[in-house]
Design a protein. Structure first.
Length: 87
């Protein structure tokens, strides 16, 4: 993001640098989880009628669309939906 003012960005950097490596990893993992939850919440709000499998597949698509081809993503999404239907 590029909307953080320079003094705030500097303070964030200083706080991060004072953390132990374990704390840094914990913060990063929490940020990843928080981001995933935000995407999931938006998708659920936009599509309340979707099943859990459809939501999880859409989250996967949102997060990994640049990592996989369209064909690969379609296969992954179908696999996720099938998995959740068979639970």
């Amino acid at each position: 993001m590029k909307d953080t003012p320079a003094p705030v960005r500097q303070l964030q950097l200083e706080l991060f640098q004072r953390m132990t490596p374990g704390q840094r990893i914990q913060v990063c993992l929490q940020m990843i989880d928080d981001g995933r939850k935000l995407v999931e919440g938006r998708i659920r709000a936009d599509h309340p009628e979707w099943s859990t499998g459809q939501v999880v597949a859409a989250v996967c698509e949102e997060l990994y669309r640049q990592e996989f081809s369209g064909e690969e993503l379609a296969q992954i999404k179908q696999s996720i939906i099938s998995y959740h239907q068979n639970k």
